[in-house]
Design a protein around this ligand. Structure first.
Ligand SMILES: Nc1ncnc2c1ncn2[C@@H]1O[C@H](COP(=O)(O)OP(=O)(O)OP(=O)(O)O)[C@@H](O)[C@H]1O
Ligand SMILES: O=c1[nH]c(=O)c2[nH+]cn([C@@H]3O[C@H](COP(=O)(O)O)[C@@H](O)[C@H]3O)c2[nH]1
Ligand SMILES: NC(=O)CC[C@H](N)C(=O)O
Ligand SMILES: [Mg+2]
Length: 509
């Protein structure tokens, strides 16, 4: 199968670049620009995409690569910083732009395979303060905007292309078409990356890695670990034991529901561990979000280890880790740590498992869902909204106490109930309540109150890398607010979160 190397220079849309390439049915991986030529050769890409990045290409210390990468005979598409770098390395020159372009910009192109089927003039997304001043030998201009002469360039013969705009963001009208042109027309790939092909390969790989070993899967009842369970059940069947940890940070009645559904769904040993008290005592007094996440991740591992000891010799720990977990934890390429996902970062040095098995580590959320359907999991499970591993710990802002957890559980249950009643549960990607650490003054029954503010959060998202806030009707918000304040003690104010991601994240911590 053909594969694309997405070389990461730290740009904010880099995961999107990979996402779009996969949407075109072509496999790709994101790697840091720091990889050596030997590593590039070992990866053996059939095409390379250089991403954007915050650096200025002619500044000392700007990210560089071995120019040999451009003469391997592999087609390259440079985006923004990637274009500038290509020009810089091949004998062209870049400079500070006279006109910095940010946002939607009109662009006109000439004939080029890259713009095949794209109207001569259309809207593109720009975000740069540097531009190409002089082309590298052998290149020609194929598109310009009013403020930027070198908006797209090509060297037909060597299949090297560069664009100053961002084809990966939705605001670039024909972005998808341009990426398809690069992948299909210029590189000659076909859309062959499908979940059916992936499934076969993943099952074979798991069998090979696991051999006759025993596997313990961390099963949360969520989409990712359920898909991982179905896959491992197919790959190694009876060698699998699933452990569901009730860490005392689940939603109302969730522990019982998950236990019920999971034991029914899977034909393997599924065990529930009630570990609430130990998680809560470790979290007592902790307010920093990153510390909460680290503590929970560590405690998860301890619980799994103890369970493994009870079973006897367990060789592998399996988890439903997916690609965004890895990248947001700062391990995908060049991106900074957004949040440390509890399940990423590998095993601590001092654990008993031989290795970790993560069959979904390279997949995006919507790919995981497709894979779930491919494996025959019920739609209801596959389309379940995500629930973060650290659970309510990251939805109780500040210190976590039993009392706050219980307030949040009751409020969240009302929110979910009303959303379902209104029929919005299936069309809203994710929705939940957050108990803020803020208290404010209210008046109830003529009496002054000084109680918590609850925030409601609901988002629309395809892959949870970006999201927009859901336009829940005012009347429904009104009903929910009335019910929560009326029925849940210690909440006297409700706010609705109207930020998208970015700049906010879905969860508050
Ligand atoms: N309560 C839990 N018990 C056991 N394992 C868990 C628990 N919560 C999370 N995990 C492990 O951590 C991984 C990451 O959690 P995450 O919430 O991202 O995935 P998920 O719960 O499987 O799916 P979803 O994103 O749909 O909630 C899970 O796939 C699972 O392996
Ligand atoms: O398993 C998880 N462990 C985590 O530590 C974690 N943090 C966020 N999430 C979920 O990921 C999606 C994106 O969330 P953020 O925009 O808050 O990063 C949303 O769906 C979040 O619910 C997590 N899932
Ligand atoms: N988005 C980018 O890749 C920006 C590249 C470079 N830092 C510039 O400002 O032009
Ligand atoms: Mg989950």
């Amino acid at each position: 199968m053909k594969k694309v190397l997405v070389l990461d220079f730290g740009g904010q849309y880099n995961l999107l670049v990979a996402r779009r390439v996969r949407e075109c049915g072509v496999y790709c991986e994101i790697k840091s620009f720091r990889m050596t030529m030997d590593e590039v050769r070992a990866f053996a890409p059939d095409a390379i995409i250089f991403t954007g990045g915050p650096a200025t290409v002619f500044d000392p210390g700007a990210p560089m690569i071995d120019p040999e990468m451009l003469s391997m005979g592999v087609p390259v598409l440079g985006i923004c910083y990637g274009l500038q770098l290509m020009m810089h390395l091949l004998g062209g020159q870049c400079c500070k732009a006279d006109t910095r372009e940010y946002g939607k910009t009109e662009l006109t192109h000439t004939a080029s395979p890259l713009f095949d089927g794209v109207p001569e003039t259309a809207v593109y997304w720009m975000s740069h303060g540097v531009e190409v001043e002089r082309l590298a030998p052998g290149f020609e201009i194929i598109a310009s905007t009013e403020g930027c002469r070198h908006a797209a360039v090509q060297c037909l013969e060597k299949k090297l292309y560069g664009v100053q705009f961002h084809p990966e963001v939705v605001h670039t009208e024909y972005g998808r078409q341009i990426l398809e042109n690069f992948l299909y027309k210029i590189c000659g790939f076909r859309p062959e990356w499908t979940m059916a092909s992936y499934l076969e390969e993943a099952v074979a790989q798991c069998r090979e890695k696991i051999g006759n070993g025993r596997v313990l899967l961390a099963l949360s009842g969520g989409v990712d670990s359920s898909v991982a369970a179905a896959l491992l059940q197919r790959a190694v069947g009876r060698q699998l034991t699933c452990i569901f940890v009730d860490h005392g940070l689940l939603r109302k009645d969730e522990g019982d529901q998950v236990e019920h559904v999971m034991t029914k769904q899977f034909n393997v040993d599924v065990r529930r561990v009630n570990a609430g008290p130990r998680f809560l005592s470790k979290l007592a007094g902790v307010t920093d979000p990153e510390r909460k996440r680290k503590i929970i991740g560590e405690e998860f591992i301890r619980v799994f280890e103890e369970e493994a000891k009870k079973i006897g010799a367990v060789d592998f720990l399996a988890q439903g880790t997916i690609y965004p977990d890895v990248v947001e934890s700062g391990l995908g390429g060049e991106s900074t740590v957004i949040k440390s996902h509890h399940n990423v970062g590998g095993l601590p040095d001092c654990v008993d498992f031989k290795d970790i098995v993560e069959p979904l580590r390279r997949l995006f959320k919507d790919e995981v869902r497709q894979l779930g359907l491919e494996l025959g999991l019920p739609e209801q499970l596959v389309w379940r909204q995500p629930f973060p591993g650290p659970g309510l710990a990251i939805r109780v802002i500040g210190e976590i106490t039993e009392e706050k957890l219980s307030i949040l559980r009751d409020a969240d249950a009302i929110f979910r109930e009303e959303m379902a009643l209104a029929g919005l549960d299936r069309t809203t990607s994710q929705y939940f309540a957050v108990l803020t650490d803020l208290r404010s003054v209210g008046v109830m029954g003529d009496e002054r109150t000084y109680d918590y503010t609850l925030a409601l959060r609901a988002v629309q998202s395809q892959d949870f890398m970006t999201a927009t806030w859901s336009r829940i009707p005012y009347d429904l918000l009104d009903k929910i607010s009335g019910r929560i304040v009326g029925e849940v003690k210690h909440i006297n104010r409700i706010v609705y979160d109207i930020t998208s991601k970015p700049p906010a994240t879905v969860e508050w911590e």
